[in-house]
Structure formats: C-alpha cells, structure tokens
Design a protein around this ligand. Structure first.
Ligand code: FE
Ligand code: FE
Ligand code: FE
Length: 220
C-alpha cells in the first residue's frame, strides 16, 4: 500500500504518491491489454496493442528505476480512475456484437486509458523537474512520449479504418462542395467577362464533372 492521502504534506510526497498511482495503473494495464488484444478483430489494431503491451511492460520497469533513483520501494497505490476506465472498457467490449462497431469502441476505450496516462506523466514530469529530479524527469518523459505516440496511432487507425461511413459522407460533402465552388467560380468568372458562351460552357463542364464524380462515388 502506498502513501495515504492524509500523509501527503509536501510536493515530494505528492510526487511519490503520483509515482505509486501510475505504477498501479501501468500494472493494471499490463493485465487488461491481453483482453483487448483478444477482443479486437482488426489486424492492425491487434498488432498495435501487442506493441503497446511490450512498451507497457517496459514502462513498469522504467518506473521501478525511478523508484530506485529515490531510494524507495516500487509500490502501487490503488487508482480508482484507471480501475473505472478499465471496468467500463470490459463492460462495453462484452456487450457489442457488430465487429466494426466493437473495434471502433475499443479504440476510444484504449484512448481513454492513454489520456489518463498522459495527464499523469505530464504532471509527474513537471513535478520531477520542479523538485530537481532531472534524471527521473527524463525517464518519465520517455514514457510520456510513448503514450502520446500510441494515442496518435489510435487516432490514425480510427480515422482511416473504423469510420468508413463517416469518411464516405465527408468526401461526399467535399465532392458536392467542390463541384459547387467550380460552378460558383465559373459564374463569377462569367460576370467579369462578357463572353457568356464561355461562362455557359464552364458551368456545363463543371456540372458534368460533378455528375461524373458523384457517379464514381456511388460505385465506390
Ligand atoms: Fe503506460
Ligand atoms: Fe489515479
Ligand atoms: Fe499506454
């Protein structure tokens, strides 16, 4: 059992409590990730989690090094926040049947974990610097970088794969918009010039291209 809240009196105590909190959280994540790996049916996402599981195991060791730098035993302090995030993830993963929806949900759940870690490591790094623990701050910063990279990777996978319908409707809007702006451009070009036949043909060809593109969009 780590520091009790009532025992936190100084910045150093707060910092040590923060280390114990994230040490508990990382160990909890090491146990939770295999379930996420098992549940996800997307290959890229699965591989991403496998990589992050290895990183997380290393992050636990990194924290043990930080504890050692402060001559303290590596000790966890129960973190209700990570327990809640993981419990919610397990509930949601257990209830969704549609594979695409499930994978999309898993990404968002994993990002909730990463965001929790990012806030913790961000604060710990700042406190370590403030307390003059430069070496610890550097080590904590290595993990912070990995958490941010994992979060960015998850966002990229979500945008590329998991929201195909959102992507399609977005590019549909873009198509309509660009055809519309071509017409508009053609119209305003026509206003500037007296050659109305040129204006008509520009508008017609823009219309045609727009039609062709949307037909291609429907086929895709
Ligand atoms: Fe981590
Ligand atoms: Fe916590
Ligand atoms: Fe992480």
């Amino acid at each position: 059992m780590g520091l009790f809240f009532k025992d936190i009196k100084t910045m150093e105590d707060l910092y040590v409590h923060g280390l114990q909190d994230i040490y508990y959280a990382e160990n909890r994540i090491v146990k939770a990730l295999p379930k996420m790996i098992e549940k996800t049916t997307d290959g890229e996402l699965k591989r991403g989690f496998e990589t992050h599981l290895k990183e997380t195991e290393n992050q636990v060791k990194r924290l043990e090094r930080v504890f050692a730098m402060h001559d303290r035993p590596a000790q966890g302090h129960k973190c209700p926040a990570i327990d809640g995030i993981i419990r919610e993830a397990e509930d949601v993963m257990g209830d969704i049947e549609d594979q695409d929806v499930l994978n999309t949900a898993i990404i968002a759940l994993a990002q909730a974990v990463e965001h929790y870690e990012i806030t913790r490591y961000g604060a710990l790094m700042a406190w370590a610097n403030e307390l003059g623990h430069r070496q610890s701050a550097k080590v904590l910063g290595e993990t912070l970088k990995e958490e941010k990279a994992t979060d960015a990777k998850l966002t990229a996978i979500a945008e590329r794969k998991m929201n195909p319908r959102a992507d399609k409707s977005r590019s549909g809007v873009a198509r309509k918009k660009s055809a519309g702006s071509r017409k508009k451009a053609a119209r305003s070009a026509g206003k500037k010039t007296t050659r109305s036949s040129a204006r008509g043909s520009a508008a017609r060809s823009a219309k045609k291209t727009g039609r062709k593109k949307s037909a291609a969009g429907r086929r895709a």
